[in-house]
Design a protein around this ligand. Structure first.
Ligand SMILES: [Fe+2]
Ligand SMILES: [Fe+2]
Length: 480
């Protein structure tokens, strides 16, 4: 296999131990990618954003690239004079190398964070085969390629700073796989593969937003190479979130139109997704993503905070450095009962972060509901209560309704198919997932987009040049 050079702004020395490892890792990575991502689009030009570095001209170029020729680069934001702003070492300079006393904690953290990147590629890659439009296929590839790049970025940090243990982790990242019985992804949410676009859009709204929070914790952290790597990933993440937010907006617009046209809520037979089904899928995914934040009260989160490894995502706006000045109410379990107790922020960092996350999601949901309102539809989309259907935290395996009220196991069982997708919902949703790649055409269940990519026209422009694309686009001179 001919290895390509690795685009980077990290002064990668290809003769160093980490340079040599990464050079070889390309083969293994490419093998994994080819196993996971459908091969039929490998040679199809797509209008993609490619990172180029950090300068005044911007951090990325848009150009037509074949996925088979995309190069997963290594990029960090520039090094600046920076002090640790929180924890026991607040006021000291950030670390350029790994302090021996925090080596295990850091490695453990990076390992879990990195595992999410290939996990999300594995989860969604097959959606390329049922993309609802040319535009959406392009967005999916942008997402997949960037999640692949994030894997590269994390492997770079691992091998550059953790020697053999980092190299072992680099290999393990490609060996674990989504949903595997013997070697699954480390976090449960990444072990559920996705075969329809409704879940994918919800996933981008929720899980990529969780990703944004997790990246923010280390981008303010003391380990500078990880902080700058995460800060560059945070340039890419907002687009992933917007794929989801706008995707659901388009689904809702289309569902609302069909409901009006046919004066019916059950619009499956008219090619649309019923609002009740959208709600059930949101109910399915939201607890899984809330679980990603970890236990409500967490000694481990406190330890990582005090060590300087993980900040609060909103650290720059915090008035204290030790998490001792704010308090919050959390559920604490006593047998099968939850009691509300007041605790210091430093003892419930995961909860504090999750609550910010929930507030942000509520803003998005309010925007979605305005679409329903504009169509004179009374149904409202909502986010289930943080206790609903949880597998981590104090509510783990207890029964609550989506409003957070305790219910019996029988009640939970009876309501299962009204709160969560039934087999029939899954089958009918899956049957709508027909590939549509002709420019300006959209699958029956989704409205056309209203937001263009890099100011390209929304109509008459093929974001992916498949054989179906009638018009030949002019390849633009790349600009940032
Ligand atoms: Fe990512
Ligand atoms: Fe992402």
């Amino acid at each position: 296999m001919v290895r390509a050079s690795i685009p980077n702004n990290v002064n990668l020395d290809m003769t160093s131990a980490s340079g040599l490892f990464l050079d070889h890792y390309q083969d293994q990575f490419r093998q994994w990618w080819d196993d996971v991502v459908p091969s039929e689009f490998r040679e199809v030009p797509m209008y993609l954003r490619c990172p180029v570095g950090c300068d005044r001209a911007g951090w990325a170029d848009f150009r037509f690239v074949k996925p088979g020729e995309y190069r997963w680069g290594l990029f960090q934001t520039p090094m600046t004079e920076r002090q640790i702003r929180f924890g026991d070492r607040a006021g000291e300079s950030v670390w350029q190398t790994v302090p021996e006393e925090h080596r295990d904690l850091l490695l453990k953290h990076i390992r879990v964070q990195a595992d999410a990147e290939p996990g999300s590629v594995e989860q969604s890659a097959n959606l390329a085969r049922c993309a609802p439009s040319n535009y959406d296929l392009r967005n999916l590839y942008q997402f997949l390629l960037e999640e692949g790049r994030h894997l590269w970025a994390m492997v770079h940090v691992l091998v550059e700073h953790f020697g053999q243990a980092g190299e072992d982790e680099g290999h393990a990242l490609l060996h674990r796989s989504c949903g595997s019985d013997s070697d699954p992804r480390l976090l449960d949410a990444f072990n559920h593969s996705i075969d329809e676009w409704l879940s994918y859009f919800i996933w981008c709204v929720l899980a990529d937003r969780d990703g944004k929070y997790q990246l923010s914790t280390v981008s303010h952290g003391a380990f500078d190479p990880l902080a700058r790597t995460a800060a560059f990933m945070l340039f890419e993440e907002p687009f992933h979130l917007s794929i989801g937010t706008q995707g659901i907006e388009r689904v809702l617009r289309r569902s609302a139109e069909l409901m009006q046209q046919h004066d019916s809520e059950d619009i499956f037979e008219h090619g649309g997704i019923p609002l009740a089904v959208i709600q059930k899928y949101l109910n399915y995914w939201s607890p899984r993503v809330l679980d990603l934040f970890g236990n409500d009260e967490s000694r481990r989160a406190r330890e990582a905070f005090e060590a300087g490894i993980r900040a609060r995502p909103y650290e720059p706006s915090c008035s204290d450095h030790d998490g001792q000045s704010e308090q919050l109410m959390v559920d604490r379990r006593d047998g099968d009962v939850l009691n509300q107790v007041q605790v210091l922020e430093v003892d419930a960092l995961n909860t504090a972060m999750r609550r910010r996350f929930v507030e942000e999601v509520q803003v998005v949901i309010r925007r979605w509901n305005r679409i329903l309102d504009a169509h004179h539809i009374d149904t409202r989309i909502y986010l289930a209560h943080e206790r609903f259907n949880r597998h981590i935290g104090p509510a783990k395996n207890l029964h609550f309704d989506p409003q957070g009220q305790a219910i019996s196991a029988e009640q939970a069982q009876q309501q299962q198919s009204s709160w969560l997708p039934s087999d029939d919902d899954r089958r009918r949703l899956k049957s709508l997932m027909q590939q549509e790649l002709r420019p300006d055409h959209y699958a029956s269940w989704i409205a056309p987009p209203t937001v263009a990519i890099n100011n390209k026209p929304l109509a008459g422009f093929a974001y992916v040049k498949t054989a179906d694309t009638a018009s030949e686009n002019t390849v633009e001179v790349p600009h940032a």
